[in-house]
Design a protein around this ligand. Structure first.
Ligand SMILES: [Zn+2]
Length: 312
């Protein structure tokens, strides 16, 4: 686990950052009156961030140099090779806020973005698509260690998953050829495969994902794909924002389907007034027992309107 102090610090930083942003937006017209307030807040934020970066650098280095897998503390030593979210971590289990260092990022390919993260047809698109020509080299986004090399006929095609010391994992899909092996250490920018159009794909492109504890974050929240650099040295993961797709954001379809293409994902239900466990269970074709198990409820649990239940 990440040391509590890092969370505490990141939480302070995030709270402060949110406050500053909200204040900026709300009170732009009254800015002069509040100048000293902003200065104080910004100063506090700066000192917290720089302190954090120091700790983060030590932490990353030590976990990476230990000779084990990167970010092992975070993943509790789990190194499954069965899929992108091999540990099956739910968004609810991810810490509320984490600071992720984006230093050392190298764009996997240089090309135009042809599809963004978000809803696509009846499911979510958990990465972004970048145009390329078949055979173009695709590079690792950060230093790291290859967790998966695999072929997924109906989805990613030939794909690679790399775990990085900053806790992120990156996924590279539709490759025509894989140039690394599972367990191999790679450096940022190193060719890990060649671009292609394997799997569920209509033309050559790279499908690129960024995941934290198995759950996807819109890569465009972290990286600028026009400038081909990280947006900032640190990304502040805030669960509600970073995993907005899991919270039934307006335009997102609720699903914890972690596969690029599959209809086997979890389904969620937002409880409405008067609904019962048995009513919801029958609607989704599951037993009350299963519904309780999925949501860690007892049969006598009182449902709140607006509560989200996992139904499959
Ligand atoms: Zn894609």
């Amino acid at each position: 686990m990440i040391k509590p102090i890092l969370f505490a610090l990141s939480l302070v930083a995030l709270t402060t950052a949110t406050t500053v942003t909200a204040q900026n937006n709300r009170q732009r017209t009254r800015a002069t009156a509040n100048n000293t307030y902003y200065q104080r807040q910004n100063h506090l934020l700066d000192s917290v961030i720089s302190r954090y970066i120091e700790l983060d650098a030590q932490e990353s280095r030590s976990s990476y140099m230990s000779g084990d897998n990167p970010a092992d503390d975070l993943y509790e030593g789990a190194w499954g090779t069965s899929g992108v979210n091999a540990n099956r971590v739910e968004v609810s289990e991810v810490p509320d806020s984490v600071v992720i260092s984006c230093k050392g990022y190298v764009a996997p390919v240089i090309g135009s973005t042809t599809s963004h993260f978000g809803p696509r047809g009846s499911r979510n698109h958990y990465g972004i698509d970048i145009a390329l020509h078949t055979g173009d080299p695709v590079g690792a986004a950060f230093d790291g260690k290859v967790r998966i090399t695999r072929y997924d006929r109906g989805g990613y095609g030939y794909y690679v998953v790399i775990r990085h010391p900053n806790g992120l994992e990156t996924v590279y899909g539709h490759l025509s050829e894989i140039k690394v092996f599972q367990g191999q250490s790679v450096v940022a920018g190193q060719t890990i495969g060649l671009g292609g159009s394997t799997g569920r794909s209509t033309g050559p492109h790279l499908h690129f994902e960024a995941r934290f504890l198995g759950n996807p974050i819109n890569p465009e929240k972290l990286f600028d794909f026009q400038e081909n650099k990280a947006i900032a040295d640190n990304y502040f993961l805030v669960k509600r924002n970073s995993f907005d797709w899991a919270y039934g954001g307006r335009s997102y379809r609720s699903s914890s389907n972690h596969r690029h293409s599959s209809s086997r994902g979890a389904r969620y239900h937002k409880v409405r007034k008067g609904e019962t466990l048995s009513g919801i269970a029958s609607r989704y074709g599951v037993s009350v027992k299963e519904l309780c198990r999925l949501n860690r409820l007892s049969r006598r649990s009182v449902l709140r309107p607006g509560q989200r239940l996992r139904c499959s």
